[in-house]
Design a protein around this ligand. Sequence first.
Ligand code: 0CN
Ligand code: SF4
Length: 504
Amino acid sequence: MTTAGPRSLVVATATGVEAAATRPGLAGATLVRAGVRARRGDRVRSALIANSPAALAITGVAGALVDGIGVGEVVVADEVRASAGTHRLAAAPLLVTALREAGLTAHLGPIRQSGHMVGRGEHAALAADGSIAVDMESGVLLQLADGAPTAVLRVVSDTPDRPLWSPSTVSGGLTALRTLRTVGTVLSRWAAATGDRRLVMASPRSFCAGVERAIRIVDSLLQTRQAPVYVRKQIVHNSRVVHGLEGRGAVFVDELAEVPDGATVVFSAHGVAPAVRADAALRGLDVVDATCPLVAKVHTEAKRFVRDGHTVLLIGHAGHEEVEGTLGEEPADTVLVQSVHDAERVQVRDPERVAYLMQTTLAADEAADVVNVLRERFPSLRGPDSDDICYATTNRQRAVRAVARQSDLVLVAGSENSSNSRRLVEVAQREGTEAHLVDDAGQVSLDWLARARTIGISAGASAPAEVVDEIVAALGALGRIRIDTHETTTEKINFTLPKEVRQQ
Ligand code: 0CN
Ligand code: SF4
């Protein structure tokens, strides 16, 4: 693939007034007046050819179709619906974020192209299919793009409450034109982020066996038990997963006190302290345990070491749910060690009887440094029979490291509170590569992309593949992409479901 960097920006507006309002932020761009109903489409076509390879932004004013979108606010189309067909714009969430960063109120949703000016009383019918705004030329102009990256971004000048041909029409128009000045600067940033790229997909990435199992447990209970199904803490640390299950009837609570007597409650993949189990039993709660078997293994090791008279040094992060659960097994004989600094200072009852355990999602290289210090201080230090840092954590870190070495930028799908996802970002950064954690495509900054031609992509063990797909689609909407996969190992691990779910 021949790779082209950022595209030249061609901006199409319907009228000269809209073009003039947008111009201040558009240094170096070509502005084209295409006319209402895009009668002058040939001008746009010529501008795209003259500036090839170009990116096309369609902007100007529009009418909001739904309440909650005000005059002067921006609507970015993720889809344009016209009689000739529907056009998807997968990079639209990135633009919304950039507009918000620029201080504007921006909305994401479908824009409908209408053949006439929409007046009082027509909004509800046009909004019936979920469209949030209406204009008269986006659909026609998009057909001219011929594969060029495209953006459709409109500033609202009228709303169902303040329709066209009402006393507010002029003031609405002026407010919208003022906003267009800022829109121009964001479109320039968008154009700088376009270009052809190579994507290197880290493999393995995304769901591990423990996360698959935990989600299937809640999923299956939602189908077979009476709603609501309560879940103590987030089932896994991912906002997309949690919102998806919430939408289907799961109720996430922080503490058991919020669960009514007799209700079904699921314990999350990260495990719980015995005190929580005892509390649930006392309350007569119907418990289904989604603790990952590999977390449960660490709990078993903690009990075994303490039974043998050892002090357990648990390497992990304070406040993380998994660590809270493991510490709770033998609280009097377990000490948390968070860093090399802690390892150099930790005091134990008997230096001859010391064991270490680990949180399953640590960075393997950092954890090894801590163990080395402990071993120097306590030569008879014992450790787990097999690694506590789980297979999924280890595999994803190896893969992202390999990918980071060949990338200008690494994007890791995952939520902020996901330990293993954050470690993937840090592992990539330690290779000297810029890396960021993104919960969804909208969190990818246009400015990161401006500098990156090869982008590595990974996802934490709790991040759904669909988030990765959305990121890839967004990058594909900014230019041509070649997708390579860097596979460091294949995973074939599966965990059986607990009996409460299997029997149903
Ligand atoms: O993101 P997760 O839910 O959890 P942490 O990485 O924050 O521990 O991923 C699943 C891992 C487990 C247990
Ligand atoms: Fe289990 Fe590891 Fe997945 Fe955590 S990351 S749920 S410990 S397999």
